[in-house]
Design a protein around this ligand. Sequence first.
Ligand code: IMP
Ligand code: MG
Length: 180
Amino acid sequence: MTDNEASNIEVIYSPEVINKRVRELAAEIEAAGLKNLLVIAILKGSFIFAADLIRALHEVGLAPEVDFITLSSYRTGTQSTGQVEILRDIDMDVSGRNILLVDDILESGRTLAFAKDLLSARGAQQISTCILLNKPGHRAVDVGADFQAFDCPDVFVVGYGMDVAYRYRQLPFVGCITHE
Ligand code: IMP
Ligand code: MG
C-alpha cells in the first residue's frame, strides 16, 4: 500500500465543488424553515459530509443538536447484504423532535428507509433527509431525499468519508478507483 493513495483515483467532485454545494445545501435547509433541528449523521460514511454540513448550518444561523448512529448494510466488499443493522445507536430521545438525517449515499434506499422507520417508531415529529450523493439506478425501496448535494454516476465511489474496505476515507474529494 502506498501513502499516496490519490494517484489511482479519478476525481468526480473536487473539494471546491463540494464546499460550494454544501454551503448551498445549508441555505436550502434554512430556507425550508427547519428549526430546532436534531441532526443525526449515519456513520461511518457521512462523517465528513456531516461535519462540513453542520458548520455550514451554523453559518446560515442554525444551531442544530447533533447525534450519530452507526448502521451497516455493506461489509467490506462493494455489495450490499440487503439487511440493515444498528451497530451503534443514538444517545438522544427523539420523541417530538425535528430530525435531519444525514447520509453519504442513497443507493438501494434500505439504509435511509430503515433509519426513517426507526426514528418514526420512536416518535420523531418530523424527519427530513439530506444526502451527499444520489445513485438512483439501484433503488430497492421507494425512498427519496429532501436535500441532496449531487447525482452520482453509477460507479463505486470513495473519499470525503467514504471507503472501500476501510480505505480512502481521508481523501478530500469524491472519486472512483481507476486501477489498484
Ligand atoms: P443503500 O442502503 O443501498 O441505499 O446504501 C447506502 C449505503 O451504502 C451508503 O450509506 C454507503 O455507506 C454505501 N454505499 C453505497 N454505494 C457506495 C459507494 O459507491 N461507495 C461507498 N459506499 C457506498
Ligand atoms: Mg453509509
